[in-house]
Ligand binder design. Structure first.
Ligand SMILES: [Zn+2]
Length: 308
């Protein structure tokens, strides 16, 4: 069985000329292909597989998952799924619903989508001070940063600095400064799914899952901080009546993004199953030994799945 991960699924927007997303037309083509080649797992088949720890009728089929609760998941994805009588699992980071502010990970995506990468990097370096980078990363930062040539390199360095080099303490303010310089405004209410949209999608038969509160790299956090990220994100889903099956998805994904503590917490909170990013099929044994980090393919591993 294959679980597939999607993020942005939408159409070209002239406001975001450099934005990376899966075009809705390619999403449609990819679903056609999956339907023809593998077929889709029904919700009943999937819940039975989890309960019985055996794939059973889900074997060989495809399950669709969507991360980060972007509003395109209502406008494009949900519309297309309804048309096909399909369902999906939608993983929601809950902080934007509390603070009304966009997560840094998404603010970075938007800046990179709206502004030329070379200019973006130049402005970030202008605001960046050495004290904002932990001592142990300074050398790697210097080797990495001053070699940029192309727009693409500008963007990837911009992302690396903000996601990897800069200490979390300065990150938000730096993004604010760069955005202000380019007069770029972030609009959380239109960027994310609304509570009403989540409720409608849930009522229609989709599963809504937890994706932490603030979308951190969990392996960087203490046990207490990890616990509160997980517990509070489930509490939010519970409060808005969007929780039928208790499922979680590791932010960023990959085995470096969480640790044994995370897995222990997921078991202790009676989470039924969780998804990681690991490009391979789910086999029966995973439902026993890897149920809190089930493998999942990026959609770009299959035809029509490349970002535009
Ligand atoms: Zn995510």
């Amino acid at each position: 069985m294959k679980a597939i991960m999607y993020h942005y699924v939408q159409e070209y927007s002239s406001d975001l000329p450099y934005f990376r997303y899966l075009d809705i037309r390619n999403f449609v083509k990819q679903l056609d292909l999956f339907e023809k080649k593998f077929g889709f797992v029904s919700k009943t088949e999937w819940m039975l597989a989890i309960e019985r720890k055996r794939l059973g009728d889900a074997k060989g089929k495809v399950l669709l998952t969507f991360d980060d609760a972007m509003s395109c998941h209502y406008q494009y994805v949900y519309t297309e799924l309804k048309r096909r009588n399909l369902w999906g699992i939608f993983y929601v980071p809950t902080q934007p619903y509390i603070t009304n502010k966009m997560l840094n990970v998404h603010r970075i995506h938007l800046l990179c989508g709206a502004i030329n990468g070379v200019e973006l990097l130049e402005r970030l370096l202008y605001f960046l001070e050495e004290k904002m980078i932990p001592d142990k990363k300074i050398r790697a930062f210097k080797e990495d940063t001053y070699t940029n040539q192309s727009n693409y390199e500008g963007i990837s360095q911009f992302k690396r600095i903000l996601n990897y080099f800069v200490s979390y303490h300065y990150r938000e303010a730096l993004i604010d400064k760069v955005a202000n310089f380019f007069d770029y405004k972030f609009e959380a209410p239109t960027f994310y799914l609304s509570v009403e949209e989540l409720q409608e999608m849930h009522a229609y038969g989709n599963i809504i899952g937890a994706h932490t509160v603030s979308h951190p790299v969990m392996s960087k956090l203490s046990a207490g901080a990890q616990l509160s990220e997980i517990v509070n994100s489930f509490n939010f889903l519970d409060n808005i009546n969007c929780q039928t099956s208790k499922t979680y998805c590791h932010p960023y994904g990959g085995f470096h993004s969480f640790d044994d503590l995370t897995i222990d917490i997921l078991y202790s909170q009676n989470v039924q199953y969780s998804f990681n990013v690991e490009h391979r099929d789910i086999i029966d044994a995973d439902l026993i030994s890897s149920v809190q980090c089930l493998p999942r393919f990026d959609c770009n591993k299959f035809p029509f799945g490349k970002a535009s």
